[in-house]
Design a protein around this ligand. Structure first.
Ligand code: ATR
Length: 276
């Protein structure tokens, strides 16, 4: 008897905006895999039941997005180290019948910089704008890559301080009034706030204050060139947009469910850019 179709999913609420089906669909076709990857809208009150019935419904695993990342963290049986540190789960899979939850956002962030700014982790202090869920994934990755001086800047200082306490040595917390002095000797600036998204022209920070060797990364990818990246480019700094983080965070999940490590190619990027 032929092996059953390998099934995976992305769930959120709403989920219609998700680009994940296109990414995984592209890889399934590229590798000729008999598999499927569907978007499934699940309301928060139904999420626990959805997880409990994954295996009987034939799923190998899937992705979890807003608003289910924290609920998934609480409901899985085992968690990988990244999920533990970040406090949220974005990828589910089964191992020996046990439901595991992992977090690949930090991997996506670091792999995007590896692709477009090799050597980035040795470029000096990192300034991270924002202290929400995305910021936690970025700080986890920065620590893992050995960045020794990580400066969190947030409108609400208390949230930055919570993250400093969570991540410990090498991480400091600051209010936005200090941004200028923190940028003066920074090697990497990462925006994890929604500032600059979808036509918001507000600059999350002024790249003119950075040294010449600094790299600027925005994890926002709609628009692809945010006001922050445009200002950094005008200042002739190295810039990296956020789309590669989205593409790279999908890689470990695909490998777990479908058994092939897929590549983030220019072709895949163009496919998703056409849809932004
Ligand atoms: P995510 O999970 O995407 O990181 P989040 O947890 O809602 O989302 O966090 C959003 C981040 O963007 C926070 O750091 C938030 O700052 P506050 O903690 O002060 O709310 C930041 N942010 C959102 N809108 C902002 C704005 N208009 N100006 C400055 N920071 C903003």
């Amino acid at each position: 008897m032929a092996e059953a179709t390998k099934k995976a999913f992305v769930t959120g609420h709403p989920i219609g905006h998700s680009r994940s089906p296109k990414i995984h669909g592209h890889w399934l076709a590229e590798h000729g895999i008999d598999g499927s990857y569907q978007a499934i809208d699940v309301a928060p009150q139904d999420f626990a039941e959805f997880l409990a019935t994954l295996q009987v419904n034939g799923y190998r695993g899937g992705n979890v997005t807003i608003p289910h990342k924290e609920a998934a963290f609480a409901l899985v049986v085992r968690r990988d180290e990244a999920a533990e540190e970040i406090g949220a789960v974005n990828t589910l899979w089964f191992e020996d019948g046990i439901l595991w939850g992992g977090n690949t956002d930090g991997h996506g962030f670091a792999a995007n910089l590896d692709d477009h700014a090799p050597g980035w982790a040795c470029n000096g202090p990192a300034v991270v704008l924002g202290a929400g869920g995305a910021s936690r994934a970025v700080i986890h990755a920065l620590k893992q890559r050995g960045v020794a001086d990580i400066r969190i800047v947030n409108r609400t200082l208390a949230r930055a301080q919570e993250l400093r306490d969570r991540f410990g040595a090498g991480v400091t917390a600051h209010g936005t009034a200090s941004t200028g002095e923190l940028l003066a000797d920074a090697g990497l600036l990462v925006n994890t706030t929604a500032l600059g998204m979808q036509g918001d022209e507000t600059l999350a920070a002024n790249p003119a204050l950075l040294p010449d060797h600094a790299i600027v990364n925005d994890i926002v990818y709609v628009p692809l060139e945010t006001p922050l990246l445009a200002a950094a480019r005008a200042r002739k700094l190295k810039t990296v947009d956020g789309l590669g983080m989205l593409l790279n965070q999908a890689v470990p999940g695909f490998e777990r469910w479908f058994g092939v490590r897929p590549r983030v190619t220019a072709e895949l990027r163009a496919l998703i850019v056409a849809d932004l």
